[in-house]
Design a binder for this molecule. Structure first.
Ligand SMILES: Cc1cc2nc3c(=O)[nH]c(=O)nc-3n(C[C@H](O)[C@H](O)[C@H](O)COP(=O)(O)O)c2cc1C
Length: 167
């Protein structure tokens, strides 16, 4: 895939989503871009802020502007599950609306090993349309062959769905 047209846009507080996003971008032969914010970076205070922001449905500003997505063919939004919901920075990215291309994928990371179906649904409601495909990586499989296999399969599905849509 053309790297200028495939972008994995991610937020990661503690590194899990960053690793998964970078691995996925490699499978998609695309690029990554990070949503940066210092808001949740402090050890205990950061977690409290994260939980608070989920409750009040905050949609925090990134520290630096997000990349121009107008020419992207496929964007995958990636971020962690917080309290069963999309992390606040992911909420912000899901609200980008018409700036996002027709094909949007979703990659979640979670502490739990079970599929976060309710969080997928919450993300879809925020995006306002179905995702091209969804996947999740539980922390237990971080860095394992299972993670690589799951991301490779996800990349293959995204490629197939986005080329189907282009026909
Ligand atoms: C404030 C907060 C709330 C969380 N809530 C959940 C949760 O409800 N369910 C879950 O499976 N994991 C939960 N987690 C774990 C993260 O989703 C998981 O560690 C994720 O991989 C972190 O990604 P990151 O390192 O990219 O920030 C929570 C983590 C934080 C910091």
């Amino acid at each position: 895939m053309d790297p200028t047209r495939t972008l994995v846009l991610y937020y990661s507080r503690s590194g899990y989503t960053r690793r998964a996003a970078q691995d996925l971008a490699r499978h998609l032969e695309g690029a990554t871009a990070e949503f940066r914010t210092r808001r949740y970076g402090f050890p205990a205070l950061g977690v409290l802020r994260a939980l608070f922001d989920v409750v009040i449905k905050a949609s925090p500003e990134p520290q630096a502007p997000l990349p121009d997505l107008r020419n992207a063919g496929l964007v995958v939004l990636a971020g962690p599950v917080w309290a069963g919901k999309p992390a606040a920075p992911l909420r912000r990215m899901l609200g980008l609306g018409s700036v996002l291309p027709a094909d949007v994928g979703l990659l979640l990371t979670s502490g739990e090993p079970s599929e976060p179906k309710n969080t997928y649904a919450a993300c879809e409601a925020l995006l306002g349309r179905p995702f091209a495909a969804t996947a999740f990586i539980g922390n237990k499989i971080d860095g394992t062959d299972e993670m690589g296999e799951r991301l490779a399969a996800f990349a293959a599905l995204l490629r197939q769905r986005s080329s189907d849509a282009a026909e």
